[in-house]
Design a protein around this ligand. Sequence first.
Ligand SMILES: [Zn+2]
Length: 298
Amino acid sequence: MNKRRALSKVIFGVIVVSLSVALIGCTKKTEQKNDEKLKVTVSINPLKEFAQAIGGDKIDINMMVPEGMEPHDFEPKSKDLIELNKSQIFIYNGLGMEEWLDKVTDTIEDKDKIQLIDSSKGIEAIKTAGKIDPHIWLSLKNAKIQSNNIKEALIKADAKNKDYYEKNYKDFSEKLDKLYSDNVSRFKELSNKDFVTGHEAFGYLCRDFGLTQKSVEDVFGEGEITPQKLKELVEFCKTNKVKTIFAEQLASPKVSETLANEVGANVQSIYTIESKEDNKDYYESMKDNLDKIYNSLK
Ligand SMILES: [Zn+2]
């Protein structure tokens, strides 16, 4: 254990102790105030989107990784632990997306009171360069599985609204099915299947539609671009006549721009949905992504 780790462990211990003190003071009040609505904590934005779609006005959602933050860089604070301990359900992505998960779940006071939901349950993971890719929500098929896991958790915690959650899930999954079937046929007809992104987040989307991604940064948004890597990407783009380089707001748009200039391609934005962008919901962001990818390949 290095010094920084050791220090952060001590700090975390202090947070946990002060949290326990804080909780004794405030538990009663919140229970009375939010009587009717389920309090649900989610880790990241896609789960907030799914929980909203299924839970509607029956739930209050608290999101741990704040808007606009790159979730791969997130570290939980004491206020996050306080909010989590007020919840009846905690939904996390799973597959290593939340590297801090154990630290957070260890602070749960009453393990019988809070349902811990791994949204990735039932999803077949992709391994890339020895690492598991956690960006499961960028597949419409996975989104249905995650939403179903969330629906089951809501029903377990609030059985009297079962029909409401079932109906919302049905509406949402039908919308996703339609978007999937609209796209699967048109992508099948394309001969060009390769596209270039900023960070390697689109593996599951590629699996759904038989596409291939090349990217500037690795699956965790890490890795400085080396001259060698840039050279490889330039050659790839030239060989495959890549016309569009996709860039993400939270990754490194600068490198995507450099690459685009180098090969005479244009840069377009793409949504990882790790944070909400342009006020688009999950469906709108995915539709936009698929339209843009399709148009860049046809
Ligand atoms: Zn990512």
